[in-house]
Design a protein around this ligand. Structure first.
Ligand SMILES: [Zn+2]
Length: 847
């Protein structure tokens, strides 16, 4: 079956009038779509889902009208409009009357609820259309290439606010406590970017950036949490106007915090939506990580106003053109806004996550053909966002930032108000660079995986060679090669040289000015590849890690861990090597070290856990002791966050009795005086108390979750409920994922985090097996899929077998290669366990 609509009828302009009834959860709509009919047609095909269409008529330019009828094709999510005579080529106005439901599935036109201070429940109506859910709100040509102008009118009760993509151009009372709010025409844009909202909403004051007013909307009582997000939006808007050299394409910029929201945020032109944690924050009470998240997501969405909204991928296969760019641009903007945050260094963590998925045999290319539009929903993953952005960063560094920016500007100017393909991007970047781009880039975008670059001494210098890296094969056999822009920094013969080498074939020799002292083969850390050093070269690097930049140290540890997971380095040797990082000062390096201990924890048996905890204390304590518990004057924000990170690891996986005791004392003081604890330490203290806690702590955190004053606080206490160790408490948390206490936008992630916990996984797995059908009904589909990522932590042959049987018997499909990837990650874990568990146990018992 073909999913694409024929281009014989093309929409130009939609006038849409919608009247939602928040009480009954339904809406009534009417639309007039101006279309161009290109050949005589008795039938018009467009998209509609979960709608009834009760009136159809077509009027030509002379005012002659024809009544028609609609037949719905629910399976194909289409409506077929039939007319008694053929519509002649030319311009027609189609008028349709329709009705639909405000669903609870967090897509299409849906209901979100919130409670006020008195506990009363309020309802708002919101939209989420990407990828293919505009068709649930109004019949339309729901494909990104059918760009059109949208003029929306919302009929709302008095006291309710209406927000849409553009400014309000008229309001008219209709009697009976209703009024019609009309919005200005949008630019020519795709249906998935249309958005409208009705609710009791509060807004901030306007902040102007040039002619553009910026405002944040939220449910009443949260406006005081909007300042930081609004500043981030204003900075980003200014930054991107300058970077792209094109004015903002909308007539205003609203950012809305929605209480129920399936993803992180959505780039509707002029009306960006967010889950509350990604927009609303109390700067004085938030940790660095929580602030960074808001800055990131806001910058990302604002970047989309050009990349995605102004110039749009022609079809869903090109989603990376939107998402990889927005992710890359988010880093650029946040780095420009807060250089002291070292955002590009922290990006290494995201790059490593993408290397993790792309190191699977079941990886996929960043871009691949998409037939059914639903298939693209599995594309909203690490490979599209993080691998895509990493590859762009590598290209930017290879071409130089100015040339790269010139290419981006050219691309946007050529495709503004229109659509584009990846080849269009290569053409624009190539024109700016004066060199063909596809030869360098195609291997990274259109083929899965990445290379491991081996670095070995060779006569007169070095030999670099490449093979595909996968966790199951190590250095995989086969002939897949990449054009790898290797950045080398070598100290040899008393000189330090830095140079770029394009490794295009299987191997290449690089001459150096004398005997090699040290060599870094991913200098600057931007390359999307792993490095495997010959043992003597590796040992020289690790003899003095502080001579490497933080991002390079991160890459060294991350690569060693991957080599170890792939069977190319014994796990015990890896654990020994981590001792070289006791003096580490960068929080990203500590993040990857902590993650590696977490990985080992999943693999070992219970008897070895105390040995692992002792090893964690040995590695983390010196750094934690250097920082102490109390912030010092003049300290950077990153140091404060690092303190929190280190104490959190010690208090949880490190089972550190001193940290546990101090956390108890500090928390008691925090309860009476919140200024007594640095905001970066609060998450660490809460997680520590949960790890060592019982009934009393559980009751306390549950209460705090219920009464949370900020979205961040709500998240912190919610996830703490998954951080306990006693089964009877974890069972309570599991029950709360289904009984409505935890919002459906969060519940799947709580289940995932219980599956990932060595204390919760057995219980959580039984729970999922018993309740997955209920979960699939209650949770928004995009989040429900992510829940199953938790099975990667079920590291034992028995669980692995059960997982395969479970997915097969219940015919659970997660879209694309997602399920295959989860199961392969589990396989990698079980193989690692089979290979390493006994050596690890013996080693850890001695620790
Ligand atoms: Zn995005």
């Amino acid at each position: 079956m073909s999913y694409r609509l024929p281009a014989t009828v093309v929409p130009l302009r939609y006038e849409i009038r919608l009247e939602p009834d928040l009480k009954t959860g339904t809406f009534a709509g009417e639309e007039t779509v101006t279309v161009t009919v290109r050949q005589p047609m008795e039938e018009i095909l467009l998209n509609a889902a979960d709608l009834t269409i009760d009136r159809v008529s077509a009027t030509d330019a002379e005012g002659r009208a024809l009544d028609g009828a609609a037949t719905l094709e629910p399976e194909a999510e289409r409506a077929r409009l039939r007319f008694p005579a053929a519509l002649a080529p030319g311009e027609w106005r189609l008028t349709l009357g329709f009705e639909g439901t405000l669903n609870d599935q967090l897509h299409g036109f849906y209901r979100s609820t919130w409670k006020d201070a008195s506990g009363a429940t309020h309802v708002m109506a919101a939209t989420q259309f990407e990828a293919v859910d505009a068709r649930r709100a109004f019949p339309c040509w729901d494909e990104p290439a059918f760009k059109a102008v949208f003029a929306v009118t919302l009929v709302v009760p008095e006291g309710y606010t209406a927000v849409a993509n553009t400014r309000v151009v008229g309001e008219r009372p209709l009697g009976a406590g209703r009024r019609a709010v009309a919005f200005a025409d949008t630019i020519r844009m795709s249906t998935y970017l249309v958005a409208f909202f009705v609710g009791e909403l509060e807004a901030t004051e306007l902040v102007m950036v040039g002619p553009t007013p910026i405002r944040i909307w939220c449910v009443p009582g949260k406006r005081h949490l909007a300042r930081f997000g609004q500043e981030a939006a204003a900075f980003s808007l200014r930054f991107f106007e300058e970077y792209y050299g094109i004015p903002y394409p909308g007539d205003k910029l609203d950012l809305l915090g929605i209480p129920d929201f399936a993803s992180g945020a959505m780039e509707n032109l002029g009306a960006i939506t967010f889950r509350e944690t990604a927009l609303l924050v109390d700067e004085t009470a938030a940790s660095h990580n929580e602030l960074e998240r808001v800055a990131d997501v806001v910058a990302h969405e604002v970047a989309h106003m050009w990349f995605g909204d102004l110039a749009t991928m022609a079809w869903w296969n090109g989603i990376w053109l939107n998402e990889a760019f927005a992710t890359f641009m988010e880093m650029l903007a946040v780095h420009a806004w807060k250089p002291q945050w070292d955002r590009w260094v922290t990006f290494a963590v995201s790059r490593a996550a993408a290397l993790g998925v792309d190191g699977l045999r079941a990886s996929r290319p960043i871009e691949f053909p998409v037939e059914a539009p639903r298939d693209c929903e599995a594309m909203f993953d690490l490979l599209t966002y993080e691998k895509g952005a990493s590859v762009l960063r590598m290209l930017e560094q290879y071409l130089g930032p100015d040339v790269f920016r010139a290419g981006v500007r050219l691309y946007l100017r050529r495709h503004a108000y229109a659509n584009a393909e990846t080849t269009d991007l290569w053409r624009a970047l190539g024109d700016a660079a004066g060199q063909p781009i596809p030869t360098v880039m195609d291997g990274w975008v259109f083929r899965p995986g990445y290379p491991v670059v081996r670095v070995e001494p060779a006569p007169g210098g070095l030999r670099l060679s490449q093979r595909r890296f996968t966790y199951l094969d190590g250095e995989a056999p086969g002939h897949q090669r990449w054009q790898v822009p290797v950045r080398l920094r070598a100290t040899a013969g008393g000189q330090t040289v830095e140079r770029g080498v394009l490794l295009g074939g299987a191997e290449i020799d690089v001459a150096l000015p004398g005997p090699i002292d040290r060599v870094v083969a991913n200098a600057g850390g931007h390359g999307f590849y792993r490095v495997r050093y010959a043992p003597e070269l590796r040992d020289r690097l690790l003899a003095a890690p502080s001579e490497l930049a933080p991002i390079e140290r991160f890459d060294v540890v991350s690569d060693l861990l991957a080599l170890c997971q792939a069977g190319l380095l014994p796990a015990v040797e890896y654990l020994e090597l981590t001792a070289r990082f006791r003096d580490e000062t960068d929080r990203n390096v500590w993040t990857v070290l902590a993650a590696s201990f977490g990985y080992v924890n999943r693999v070992i048996d219970d008897a070895a856990r105390s040995g692992l905890a002792a090893l964690v204390r040995d590695r983390f304590r010196p750094a934690a002791a250097r920082l102490g518990w109390d912030p010092r004057p003049g300290e950077s924000e990153l140091q404060r966050q690092l303190r929190g990170d280190l104490l959190r690891v010690l208090g949880t996986i490190g089972d550190d009795p001193d940290v546990r005791a101090a956390a108890r004392t500090r928390y008691a003081r925090y309860r009476t005086d919140e200024t007594a604890l640095d905001p970066n330490l609060v998450p660490a203290v809460v997680a520590t108390l949960a790890a060592g806690g019982g009934e009393a702590e559980y009751a306390e955190f549950l209460e705090r979750f219920r009464r949370a004053r900020t979205p961040q606080e709500e998240q912190r206490y919610l996830y703490a409920l998954a951080g306990f160790r006693r089964p009877e408490l974890l069972r309570q948390t599991l029950d709360r994922t289904l009984n409505g206490e935890i919002r459906s936008q969060d519940a799947p992630f709580v289940v995932r985090s219980l599956l990932a916990s060595v204390y919760g996984r057995a219980l959580a797995w039984e729970f999922v097996k018993a309740h997955w059908q209920t979960m699939s009904r209650l949770y928004p589909p995009s989040a429900y899929r992510r829940l199953y990522e938790g099975v990667t932590a079920l590291v034992s042959p028995k669980w692995e077998e059960e997982a395969h049987a479970f997915f097969a018997q219940n015919r659970i499909e997660l879209g694309g290669k997602t399920l295959e990837q989860y199961l392969e990650q589990l396989r990698v874990g079980v193989r690692f366990q089979e290979r390493e568990a006994s050596a690890l146990s013996a080693y850890l018992r001695r620790s």
